[in-house]
Design a protein around this ligand. Structure first.
Ligand code: GRG
Length: 305
């Protein structure tokens, strides 16, 4: 087996900055146009979508696309914009009074605080719809129809009842109750993991990866998702509101049974490392080497926000 390719710390930081700026430009270019009387919804969409954030999902998608030899970025950019819109809608809805009732996100007031609860609901709806509209429009204007349709199916499935929405449903239903190991794994795999799986899978599909390779990317995403969510639980306890850009101790406030609450801090830190290592080992095993992607996965272990 080959050695894992990685970037050194400084090189990774520079690359990450460049890539994040590139994604910001892509997102801007896919914002809706020709808005007239419905301008409020455009403002609320832009407010939430362009509020910063790590842009992890489009970043993973582009790296997976490159990993499998994808060259023409115009095929993957609508999907990158779409997944960030879907992710943003989930955050906007998750912050609503009926769900987590949070006032801060990505370092600023949440969408419903600024635009009202009605517009918060509609902004989430609009972002979800516009995500699919963006992908559908790109498919209608050419490209590689079979690959685009397959990627569209993966994206919509992972965002829906078999993915993120399904995980959120169980999470909401189980709030305040004790969770079994299986229930916790189910929630994390769907609520958080599914969109990360979708990022890596759609990138691979659009580049023409084989079914076996796409399945391997799904597994990578699943492990990254577990590591990411457990790290999120850890940061909710150890970090600060300033650093995270959202309230800390939110899990306690919402009576959420988290990995840390069930297994303790030491086990959780170990689990983040183990899941990240599993993800990297799958990439190594398949000889799927992209130094930036490997470093990004490793960075998740040490992330502070
Ligand atoms: C409302 C259908 C629906 C789903 C909500 C994603 C989600 C499900 C809820 C958000 C709260 C939460 C803890 C989600 C788990 C995934 C997660 C850690 C999201 C935050 O993602 P980051 O850290 O956010 O990538 P940024 O702001 O950096 O993009």
């Amino acid at each position: 087996m080959k050695d894992l390719l990685k970037l050194d710390n400084d090189e990774f930081k520079v690359e990450m900055k460049t890539r994040t700026a590139h994604i910001e430009e892509i997102l801007k270019s896919y914002l809706p146009e020709n808005i007239t009387q419905q301008k409020t919804i455009y403002d609320a969409m832009e407010y939430s979508l362009m509020a910063g954030g790590k842009r992890l999902r489009p970043m993973l998608m582009l790296e997976a696309y490159r990993l499998f030899g994808g060259k023409d970025e115009s095929i993957v950019t609508p999907f990158m914009a779409a997944i960030e819109m879907i992710h943003t809608y989930s955050l906007v809805h998750d912050d609503l009074p009926a769900m987590d009732n949070d006032d801060y996100r990505r370092g600023r007031k949440t969408t419903h605080i600024v635009y009202g609860e009605d517009m918060g609901i509609l902004a989430g709806d609009a972002l979800l719809n516009y995500a699919y509209e963006t992908v559908a429009k790109s498919m209608a204007s050419g490209g590689k129809p079979e690959l685009q349709a397959k990627a569209f199916a993966v994206l919509s499935q992972k965002a829906g009842i078999y993915g993120m929405v399904g995980g959120q449903v169980v999470d909401v239903e189980m709030t305040g109750k004790d969770l079994s190991e299986e229930q916790l794994e189910f929630i994390y795999r769907l609520k958080t993991g599914a969109l990360l799986e979708a990022s890596l899978m759609t990138g691979a599909v659009l580049a023409g990866a084989s079914d076996e390779e796409v399945r391997a990317m799904e597994k990578v995403g699943r492990n990254v998702g577990m590591a990411f969510q457990i790290q999120d639980d850890i940061l909710d306890i150890t970090s600060t509101t300033e650093e995270l850009g959202k309230p800390v101790h939110s899990d306690e406030k919402n009576a959420k049974s988290t990995y840390v609450a069930i297994y303790g801090m030491d086990e959780s830190l170990k689990a983040v490392e183990e899941y990240s290592e599993k993800a990297l080992n799958i990439l190594l095993e398949f000889d799927m080497q992209n130094a930036y992607l490997n470093s990004l996965i490793e960075m998740l272990i040490n992330r502070k926000k």
